[in-house]
Design a protein around this ligand. Structure first.
Ligand SMILES: Nc1ncnc2c1ncn2[C@@H]1O[C@H](COP(=O)(O)OP(=O)(O)O)[C@@H](O)[C@H]1O
Ligand SMILES: [Mg+2]
Length: 325
């Protein structure tokens, strides 16, 4: 690989937007839009795990799907390993499909209950033109890497636990040796004790395979644990982002601070310092003018109601979008 190729990010989002039209009825008078992803830019370098964190409904899954071109962006540009893949349809995406994979939240829903799991994994190789022997060898190697016995491939999904199925889903995502993986809340549906095991497995695999990943979660502690870089999202927009250590040692955006202080602390004195999010989450359809967090922000002033803050670099790649920073 040349230096140049190494510098090209695996994925680059440039002012991405995804709007969903709200009026589907016969009288489409108002053309109201739900702004699920609203001007998001970032890139992910090879071998990096970038985290996206925010409350439910803030646009995390939509962003993941747009990055994989599973749903077309409304606006903005998308690059995969330097190639402009903006707006490519199914056919145009064909050469890229095997190089991008997704791991979903619910492992029970991601396997066909009527099919043995080994069959499901072999199917991935078959669809992408791997010989059965090569696919079998690859799957056996991956079973080892995800710490499951190869005999388990003979089982059907109902005979397996959530944790085992999620290990299988991770193995399945790696069969084609992808360059980029979107993991959409891969531990959120699992028991707490199993969550840690799966997170450790992902960290082990990333050290071994140098995976490049977008890791989506609604929990600050999870992204802090696993990601190199994190972006905090609120109603379709990144409000704070930076390298994990720099970010978590000094969270600046009131929303990010509220998210972290909502986590129960072992020390009861610390609980008093919690910032409680007030007000309802506004709808992404009729966003307030100005800062989209203004309706719930303890620091909101006139300026916040008037103009929307841009992301500003506070140093060391730690960016914050708030008028009071
Ligand atoms: N296909 C769709 N059509 C209309 N609205 C959608 C669609 N998909 C998602 N949304 C809306 O976009 C917003 C973001 O959703 P989503 O990306 O699933 O958030 P998250 O993953 O952070 O919970 C939500 O308001 C959701 O209702
Ligand atoms: Mg989601």
């Amino acid at each position: 690989m040349t230096d140049n190729a190494r510098d090209i990010p695996v994925i680059r989002a440039d002012h991405l937007k995804k709007y969903f039209p709200m009026d589907k009825g016969p009288l489409r008078r108002s053309r109201r839009m739900l702004r699920a992803v609203d001007d998001v830019s970032f890139s992910i370098a090879k071998g990096e795990i970038m985290g996206i964190v925010g409350e439910s409904g803030c646009g995390k899954s939509t962003l993941g799907r747009v990055l994989l071109n599973l749903t077309p962006a409304t606006e903005g540009k998308l690059f995969f390993q330097g190639d402009d893949i903006t707006g490519l349809n199914r056919r145009g995406m064909k050469p890229y499909r095997p190089r991008m994979q997704m791991i979903f939240q619910n492992p029970f829903a991601s396997f066909n209950p009527k099919q043995r799991v080994g069959r499901a994994l072999m199917e991935v190789g078959r669809v992408h033109g791997m010989s059965p022997d090569a696919a079998r060898a690859r799957i056996e190697a991956l079973m080892d890497m995800v710490h499951l016995p190869a005999e388990m491939l003979e089982r059907s999904p109902s005979e397996l636990s959530g944790g085992q199925l999620q290990r299988l889903a991770i193995a399945r995502s790696l069969i084609l040796n992808p360059d980029f993986i979107v993991a959409d809340e891969p531990v959120s549906a699992l028991d707490v004790s199993v969550q840690a095991q799966i997170l450790n497995l992902i960290m082990e695999l990333r050290a071994r395979l140098h995976m490049t990943m977008l890791f989506i979660s609604h929990e600050m502690t999870v992204v802090e644990h696993i990601c190199d870089r994190v972006a905090v999202m609120y109603l379709g927009r990144i409000v704070e982002t930076g390298p994990t250590e720099a970010l978590f040692s000094n969270l600046m955006h009131p929303y990010a601070q509220a998210l972290i202080s909502a986590i129960p602390k072992a020390d009861p004195d610390e609980v008093k310092a919690r910032i409680v999010l007030e007000g309802d989450i506004p709808s992404a359809i009729d966003l307030p003018a100005g800062c989209r967090f203004s309706s719930r922000c303890p620091r909101c002033t006139e300026e916040c109601l008037r103009s929307e803050p841009e992301l500003v670099d506070t140093g060391r790649g730690h960016l914050v979008a708030c008028h009071h920073i």
